[in-house]
Design a protein around this ligand. Structure first.
Ligand code: NAG
Length: 371
């Protein structure tokens, strides 16, 4: 009796084991089948730079405390926020990375084919479409970011061949986010561009640079390209501090900067439409997707209680009015709960705000994954 009981238990365990193995097998097969995104490649500025600037000679860095405060062990990675960027959330959502999308220039990444295959960011904080912008901040210009991508592509070709790499690129998602520095750091702050361009002229000049960037990516074989617009720039704490008649008392968004952003986004969408039309007419399978960051961020400002934000016009770091990069350092007081803040420093969103942005992008990402 005792023996057959043991035997029965043994058979029962065997059945469970078989069922579990079958389940594992089917879910794994399914995961492979659904894996429509082969890799994720990112270009742009601090909104998507995971730390490339750590490896170049610039003052636009953030690889020191309190940046990265909400990572385990509070490791400052070079991301300009307290934790993850929206692109980190996207990379794990589409299944190419477990947690974080790494920086291409990271010595642990630059020659690591597994990392290069699943995705990296070439972005550089302080960069922009106007060639003058990255030269002001001595950071990586966008044409140089493209050159790094070509270098990355060569490394893949050495391992999976030219055709293998072509197929890989076809199924990869490309993501570009820049433009804010061109307006906030360059056009509205320094005289050079303002003296030679009207606002509309400058917007058109930037759109032309965006177009060149996209054409180069398409020429490299990219078929799924996402490009973000610019945020309500008049709501950045730094812009409010620099331009409000009384920066301590009057901290509402400054309309003329946000409206410049809105107009630029409009022009950008028109240009993308024209480009898509030409792609369609030449039977190209390539798709360019615009993602709006303006409205989701404007919503976070307007309906801040809904998002749990108690402060939407000053950063969590220091006074919150001016500190960013070198000025936001370990000597600064930091707010006790960054998730109650929309901004981490005077320019950059908190991880919480980046997560909300990711949620706003989700439907577009789903659409890309299923196409
Ligand atoms: C391009 O083609 C797609 C269908 O493949 C269509 O949905 C889209 O509206 C077209 N876009 C333009 C601008 O012609």
């Amino acid at each position: 009796m005792k023996n057959s009981g043991k035997h029965l238990l043994f058979s029962f365990m065997q059945i469970i084991f078989i069922i579990l193995s079958l389940l594992c097998f089917t879910t794994r097969a399914e995961a492979n089948f659904n894996k429509k995104v082969s890799g994720f490649y990112v270009f742009g500025d601090s909104t998507v730079d995971p730390g490339n600037n750590n490896y170049i000679d610039t003052l636009f860095k953030s690889n020191f405390q309190p940046y990265g405060k909400d990572f385990t062990n509070h490791v400052p990675s070079g991301r300009f926020t307290n934790g993850k960027l929206a692109t980190d959330f996207i990379a794990s959502y589409v299944g190419v990375k477990k947690e974080l999308l790494p920086a291409y220039l990271d010595p642990n990444v630059i020659d690591n084919v597994n990392e290069l295959m699943t995705g990296v960011s070439f972005a550089s904080a302080g960069s922009g479409f106007d060639p003058l912008t990255p030269s002001i901040s001595s950071v990586i210009p966008i044409p140089k970011q493209l050159e790094y991508f070509r270098e990355c592509k060569k490394k893949l070709e050495n391992v999976i061949g030219i055709e293998g790499t072509e197929n890989h690129i076809k199924k990869a998602v490309f993501f570009m986010s820049a433009g804010t520095n061109d307006f906030a750091l360059n056009y509205f702050t320094l005289p050079v561009r303002r003296n030679s361009f009207s606002l509309l002229g400058y917007q058109q000049f930037l759109i032309q640079r965006v177009k060149e960037f996209l054409q180069e990516l398409l020429a490299e074989g990219a078929q799924k390209i996402v490009i973000a617009g610019v945020p309500p720039m008049g709501c950045l704490p730094f812009m409010i501090t620099m331009n409000s008649p009384n920066a301590f008392l009057q901290r509402n968004c400054i309309e003329r900067f946000s409206s410049a952003a809105k107009d630029y986004n409009q022009l950008l969408q028109q240009e993308l439409n024209t480009m898509q039309f030409h792609l369609n007419s030449s039977n190209s399978p390539a798709k360019i997707y615009y993602i709006d960051i303006y409205q989701p961020l404007a919503n976070m400002v307007q309906a801040h209680q809904k998002y749990g934000f108690e402060d939407i016009n000053s950063g969590c770091c220091g006074s919150g009015y001016i500190e960013a990069a070198l000025l936001c350092n370990k000597e600064c007081n930091v707010c006790s709960d960054p998730s109650k803040y929309m901004f981490w420093d005077s320019i950059h969103p908190t991880e919480k705000a980046y997560y909300n942005l990711f949620l706003a992008f989700k439907s577009t990402i789903d659409c890309i994954v299923n196409n």
